[in-house]
Every structure is written in C-alpha cells, then in structure tokens.
Design a protein around this ligand. Sequence first.
Ligand code: 523
Length: 133
Amino acid sequence: MDTKALREVAAAAIISDGRLLLAQRVGPPELAGMWELPGGKIEPGETPAQGLRRELREELGVDTVIGGRIGVDVPLPDGMVLRAYRVSLRDGTPTALEHSAVRWVAAPELAAADLVPNDRAWLADLVATLNAG
Ligand code: 523
C-alpha cells in the first residue's frame, strides 16, 4: 500500500481590485490556450504556501502572500490533488514568464472564460468571492 501523503498541486486565486488573474497555458496540447489559476506542484519539504510562492515567483515574477483555501479539492491522476488558495500581491506586476498570456477578469469575464476543466470546479466560489469584494 502507498503510505505517502498525496502530492499537492497548488493554484493561486490572485485577486486585486475586484478582479482575478488568469494565466493561459502553453501545454500540454489538450490544455494549450486554456486559462488557469497559476501554480504548480509542491516539492517534497515545502509547505503548500512556500511551494505556491515559489511557483508564482517563477511563473509570474511576483512576490505574494498566500491566504486560505478556496473551493474543493480536485483529484488528479497519479495520486495528486489540486487545491486553490487565495493570494494577494506583495510586489511586482504579473508577467507571463511561463504562460502565453495573463489577464485580469471580473466576474462576468471569468464566467465566460475558457478555463481548464479542473479549475471549473472553483468557478462558483471564485465568482462569489469577486462579487463579495
Ligand atoms: N493543473 C490544473 N489547474 C491548475 C494548475 C496550476 C495545474 O488542472 N490551475 C494541473 C495540470 C497538471 C498538474 O495540475 O495536470 C500539474 O500542473 P503544472 O503542469 O502546471 O505543474 P508544474 O508547473 O509543477 O509542472 P512541471 O513543471 O511540468 O512539473
């Protein structure tokens, strides 16, 4: 039996001025061109917050503050789990260093966006958070 903890992929709901940051994936082919909450795999020895801050520095060139969870756990293949966190910007302007583009969306544009399938699980929670803000 596999006794290892679930490997986590953490994703960032970066919210600023009532808008959410979306990033456009470059791959794999079935996800290329679709929009996601940026993030990535947490490495062994990292807390989710440490790993997500590292990913956001690498992918967007920003310094961030990682907050609480938003939305459900999304099971991924290979025993991984995808989790979203509320994130605020501390320093820098998000830049697409590893994505093809980034954009800020308010609730109506988010609802209409071509999101990667996994991230659609968080849509209602994200829209509610934006509308509350
Ligand atoms: N997702 C996903 N949504 C989402 C993220 C950040 C990731 O569905 N918002 C999925 C896509 C992959 C897996 O989680 O199946 C890992 O994400 P990836 O490829 O962005 O993680 P990285 O950047 O750590 O991956 P490698 O550098 O390729 O190891």
